[in-house]
Each structure stands twice: as C-alpha cells, then as structure tokens.
Design a protein around this ligand. Structure first.
Ligand SMILES: *[C@@H]1O[C@H](CO)[C@@H](O)[C@H](O)[C@H]1NC(C)=O
Ligand SMILES: *[C@@H]1O[C@H](CO)[C@@H](O)[C@H](O)[C@H]1NC(C)=O
Ligand SMILES: *[C@@H]1O[C@H](CO)[C@@H](O)[C@H](O)[C@H]1NC(C)=O
Ligand SMILES: *[C@@H]1O[C@H](CO)[C@@H](O)[C@H](O)[C@H]1NC(C)=O
Length: 638
C-alpha cells in the first residue's frame, strides 16, 4: 500500500512517500535549481550530521516530516536525530541549503548556515514568511536574509524569485524558461506586456512577431488579441497608453502585472502581494463590525487606527446623554423630524403649532427659528421636501387638511383640503420635489402638486403611513390590513410587499430603499428587507400598545435603530442585534417619535407626551467623573 503525502514549507514542491515497507523519501517536484538536489532525503542514508548541536531541532523546511518522525524517535547522543521507521534507522538532516554533511565547527554562534533550525509549525512558518515579505517591502533586505537564514524558511520559491526579477527587469526571453506551470492565462498576460513594451519602443516588427508567433498560438483570448492588434495603429507612446489603459513600460505596469500573475500562483511558490497588510485590514474591519457603539466613519487605511489594541468605541461617544431639553411646546409633542441636510428640526404638537429649530452644526445646539401657527388640529406628522425648502404638516384622524409651509419665509404656501369627510394623516414627498402623496384611514389616497391640485387618487386604500421610493414611481403605503403594499401611479399597478399579523402603526425606509422599519401595534419594532420581502429582525424591549410611535434608522451608515416607547424611554439598538444597546431615560410620558440627525451621527431628538423635545448627544465631558453624573439618565447594558 503506497501513500503519498504533501508536506513541508512548499506543499506543492515536496512529496513524501511512506510506503509500508519502503523507507521515507522526499522529492522535490520542481526542476532542480543548482543548489538543491532532486531527491532530498532517502531512507537508510545515514547522514553525517556530526557536530550539529540541539539535536532535537530540525529544519523548518522539512518540519512537518521531521516533526512527525522525531516524536517517535530518540535523540542520539551524537546529535543526530534518528528515527526508527519500519526497522530502518532514518536520519534527518538539514538539506535546506545544501550544506548538510559539512560539519559545523562552531557552536550556537556559528554561521547560521550550518546551524540547525528550530522546528516550526506550518503556521509559524507562514508568519515568518509574512513578516519577511513585509520587511522586504520596507527595503530591509538584509534583515529578511538573516530572518530566512535563521529560521530556515524561504520567502518564496527560488524560481519564483527568478521569475519576479525577470519580469521586473523586462527580460521576457528569460521569463519563458521559468514559466513554472504557467497557465495560458499567465503566458498571455506576460506576452501582452512584452507586446505593449515593444510597441511603446516603436519596435513594431518585434511587436508583430510577438502577436503572431507567440500570442496567437496560445489560442487564449482571441477577442483581446484583436484589440491588441488594433494598438499597432497608435501613433505614439502616449496614444498607446491612453488607448490600452496601460501605465507604460516600466516598474508600475510590471508590478501590476506581477500582482495579477501572483493570483494564479500557489502561495507556497509566491506570496500574494502585501499579504500582511491585507490580513491586518481584515482584522480592523472585523473589529469595526463587532464594535457595538461604532458611530463614526473609520478609515480602512491602517494608518488611522492603532494595531496595538482592538478597536472599540466608547459608549460616551454615543448619543445617549441629554444635551438639551426644548420646552417651548405647551402640549404633547407628537412628531419630530430633522431636515435632510441636518440643519433644522421640525416638531409638531397637540398644541397645533409646528416649531422649526435651527441646528448649529458646530456646537450641536438648537435654537428656535420659527413657530408655524394656524392649524385647527394638532400636528401629528411632518415631511420635509427633498430640498428642505418646504415642510408639510398633517394632523390626527379627524384632520381633513394638510398645510404646506415655505420654511425660508415662514409663509403658508398651500392649505389643501378635498372634503371635510377626509382624513389626511400621512404624507410623503415625491423625490422630484414637485409632488407629494397623502392619505388617511378613511380611504383617501391622493397625489397632489405643490398648490394642492389633485393629480391622481387611488380608491379603496385605508392609508396608515406613506413612503415614496427614490425611483419616483413607487409609493409604499401601510394600510389597515396589516400590510405594506407598493403602488405605482404611473401604470396603476399595486403589489403586496410586507404582511404582518398586527396593525402597522408607522414605518420608515432606509436611505438605500432596501430596508423598512416598522412599528407594529403590541409587537414593537420590526425590520423588513423590502427586496427579499422577509422579516429581518424583531427588536426587543420597547413597549408598544396601540399608540402610533415613530422609530428611525440613523447613525453612521444607518447602523442604528431608535424608537420611542410607551414606557417613557427611548430605545437604541444596533441594527444587527435584537437587544437594545442603550435605553435613554428622562422623558416622563410616552415617547412618540425619534429622529436621528442625517448629517451629525451623534445627534438624536425625541418627542414626548410630556410636552418636551429632548436632544441627545455624546457625553459632554469625556473625563470620567463628569460623565458619571449623567449616567442616571443613560443606562445601558454592556
Ligand atoms: C566560528 O566561526 C567564526 C566565524 O564564523 C570563526 O571565525 C571561528 O574560527 C569559528 N570557530 C571555530 C572553532 O571554528
Ligand atoms: C553568541 O552571540 C551572542 C550575540 O551575538 C554573543 O553575545 C555571544 O558572546 C556569542 N557566543 C559565542 C560563544 O560566540
Ligand atoms: C531590496 O530588494 C528589492 C527587491 O529585490 C530591491 O528593489 C531593493 O533595491 C533592495 N534594497 C536594498 C536596500 O538592497
Ligand atoms: C440646508 O438646506 C437649507 C434649505 O434648503 C439651506 O438654506 C441651507 O443652506 C442648507 N444648509 C447646508 C449646510 O447645506
């Protein structure tokens, strides 16, 4: 029974044969390159390892094999590692650099060539190669040489080094014999570079020769060959570079070529470019993913983070400290909404007024900018026009009017009412800013222009909440049948998208139009994927009865979800986790609505039946003592 095993540094290169009755052999599968022999070790060969100390240490290159055998073997007093294998005594010696058999006269400090190497596991070896590659990139060539000598590892296969050097020097004729097991694709890439370089040098005949005699016979990518032949017409080098989208003859294009070629070579032969940086970037990315309070843009460049510690955001940077309490409303506050560019906040109240607040983008302080009065009803829903120039206000169930304000001037632009029987409780702007849709539970569903003229209406939909998708054609409406349906006013089609088991009191949609966040009566906050039409997650903690509560997505990358609650708290979740990461306390009655500033990821507003609007921000003082004092209004689990 014959078994073959791949072992060692370059799994691809070395094959061990461990037949039941035959001794152990190691073969190098690649062509010999001078300083190495084809058959590295043979059983029954008593190697002359005299004088080598640290008998249990063996070469890194043959580490796996030796590790296996030496565990069963015994260290002889003469310093040779001997292994009994099927009754044959097998010696391991260091063949790595062809100096085996030469007595190493010096002890531990001797030239490292003759020194026996510490046994390394595959992963240790990989790490050394990664470090070696990184240092090489920094130009610390001597250190790398020493590192490889001392560890007995090899940065890459010698033929890979040759290959690399030839490519970088543009020695195309020398590249050919070192083709390794080049695939047609690799050969094609190499020849393409050769061809382009000839062309750039104006050696058209040579280029043509490459095209005809070398590229075409590959029969690899005929389409590309046609394109390449077209470059023969280029009048000068600059023209060629532009047309071929090529960096031109030299280091840049050759490095790029090598990077490409590398992806077709096994890592045992040549490491992928900048492998250590790639791994570190992945680590940073993962840390960011796991950081629950991560609410800032983190540059993926390694220079912007410390690699010495895992990245975590402090909860102190998270908007859960009361920064301001707005008390100007004199009754329950039902709604709040930041404008798209984050510079204003509109709040609507049972006191029938809308207040527009100015947000100082530097200090994050809010100032009353304007009070809009005149409503006959309370204000329970607000929508900013896409350009933030207008604001539409709707009322509760019995409200048959809709008010459209010009925010710059404070003028009422339109007061729209179709019939006193109507209920207009929800509104959404068409992305073109020239139309809006509105409706209510009594069955109105209108599309209107800015002057309140009815453009279209849809019969028989009892609208709870509305949203216009960014394509400008489709309107989403939640209705009294516990579902969200999509309606197109253009081709008058409709379709089911979301079906819940309980009434959908309100919903909002993520910026990319993919996710819908629902407040469902008695159930709480549900996140749906609109494209796949599946429920993604149910968020826990919030108390939701039959009041309409508005939740929102927000924070950096819309990674967070906030919602009001009937238990007087504001709840915040990370989008990926069901349990709240923060519960904000301070309000003394139901919190009806929350809004996350779309531009400042650390600013959140909440509106409550207690008549106040609270503005939440990061801890005002980042030193611990002061922040502790504020902890009472911000309890969080860890
Ligand atoms: C040990 O090596 C050093 C330098 O490699 C050499 O100068 C010295 O003679 C060696 N010692 C012996 C005992 O061979
Ligand atoms: C071995 O090398 C170390 C550091 O290079 C040195 O301190 C020590 O004296 C050397 N030992 C011998 C025996 O040469
Ligand atoms: C290190 O090696 C690289 C690639 O072989 C070479 O470009 C560079 O000049 C070398 N640096 C030094 C300091 O020898
Ligand atoms: C925000 O939008 C308003 C209304 O369109 C505009 O007046 C203001 O200049 C904008 N501010 C910023 C910072 O874009």
């Amino acid at each position: 029974m014959k078994t073959y095993e791949w072992i060692g540094v370059s799994k691809l290169l070395t094959l061990v044969y461990t037949g039941s009755s035959a001794p152990c052999c190691v073969y190098d599968l690649l062509p010999p390159d001078g300083d190495r022999v084809n058959r590295l070790t043979r059983g029954n060969m008593q190697a002359n390892g005299a004088g080598q100390n640290r008998d249990s240490e063996v070469s890194c290159r043959n580490g796996a094999q030796n590790g296996e055998s030496s565990s069963a073997g015994a260290a002889h007093s003469n310093g040779v590692v001997s292994v009994t294998n099927n009754g044959n005594t097998v010696s391991n010696n260091n063949n790595n650099n062809g100096v085996s058999g030469q007595p190493a006269a010096n002890s531990s400090n001797g030239s490292s060539e003759g020194k026996k190497k510490k046994r390394l596991s595959q992963s240790e070896e990989d790490v050394i190669r990664l470090i070696g590659q990184h240092l090489h990139g920094l130009g610390l060539n001597q250190t790398v040489d020493l590192l490889m000598q001392e560890s007995g590892c090899r940065l890459e296969h010698p033929s890979a080094t040759k290959f690399r050097n030839h490519v970088m020097e543009g020695e195309w004729d020398k590249v050919q014999p070192t083709y390794l097991q080049c695939t047609s694709r690799m050969k094609f890439l190499l020849l393409q570079q050769k061809y382009l370089e000839y062309l750039e040098d104006g050696k058209v005949l040579e280029a043509l020769q490459v095209l005809r005699a070398e590229l075409t016979p590959l029969k690899f990518n005929t389409e590309r060959i046609h394109i390449l032949s077209g470059y023969l017409m280029c009048s000068h080098a600059e023209d060629l570079r532009v047309k071929a989208e090529w960096e031109g003859k030299g280091t840049a294009s050759r490095t790029k070529l090598l990077d490409k070629l590398q992806t077709y070579l096994p890592p045992s032969v040549m490491l992928p470019p900048r492998r250590l940086q790639t791994l570190l970037k992945q680590a940073v990315e993962l840390q960011r993913e796991r950081c629950l309070y991560h609410n800032t843009k983190l540059d993926s460049g390694l220079d912007s983070v410390s690699l010495l510690l895992d990245h975590t955001c402090s909860r102190k940077q998270f908007p859960c400290y009361t920064q301001q309490i707005l008390t100007e409303h004199c009754n329950e506050v039902w709604f709040c909404k930041f404008s798209h560019n984050g510079t204003k906040l509109a709040t609507g109240s049972k006191d029938t007024t809308v207040i527009v607040w100015h947000v100082d983008m530097e200090t994050q302080q809010l100032k009353l900018m304007r009070t809009l009065e005149g409503h006959a009803y309370g204000v329970s829903y607000l929508a900013w026009s896409p350009d933030d120039a207008y604001l539409i206000a709707c009322g509760p169930d019995d409200c048959s009017e809709l008010w459209l304000w010009n925010i710059q001037t404070g003028e009422l632009r339109t007061k729209m009412s179709q019939s006193h029987e109507d209920s207009l409780t929800s509104v959404a702007w068409n992305p073109d800013g020239k139309r809006f849709v509105t409706g209510g539970q009594r069955g109105q569903f209108y599309q209107c222009d800015l002057d309140g003229n009815l453009l279209d209406s849809w019969e028989g939909v009892r609208v709870q909440c509305l949203w216009c998708l960014s394509d400008g054609r489709n309107v989403l409406a939640s209705d009294t049948h516990q579902r969200i349906r999509g309606y197109s006013f253009e081709d008058l089609t409709d379709r089911n998208i979301v079906q819940e088991d309980h009434p959908i009191m309100s919903f909002t949609v993520s910026k990319n139009g993919r996710l819908a966040l629902l407040n469902v009566a008695t159930q709480g906050v549900h996140l749906w994927d609109l494209q796949d039409r599946v429920l993604v997650r149910k968020y826990q903690g919030v108390t939701q009865g039959f009041y309409t509560i508005h939740s929102c997505l927000g924070g950096h990358n819309e990674d967070f979800i906030a919602s009001g609650s009937e238990d007087h708290k504001v709840y915040i979740w990370h989008r990926r986790s069901e349990l709240p990461i923060a519960e904000l306390t301070g309000h003394t009655r139901t919190v009806n609505c929350v809004s996350w500033n779309p531009v400042l990821p650390g600013l959140l507003a909440s509106a409550s039946d207690d008549g106040t609007v609270r503005i939440w921000g990061p801890a005002p003082f980042l030193d611990v003592q002061n922040a502790e004092g504020l902890n009472e209004c911000c309890s969080m689990d860890s």
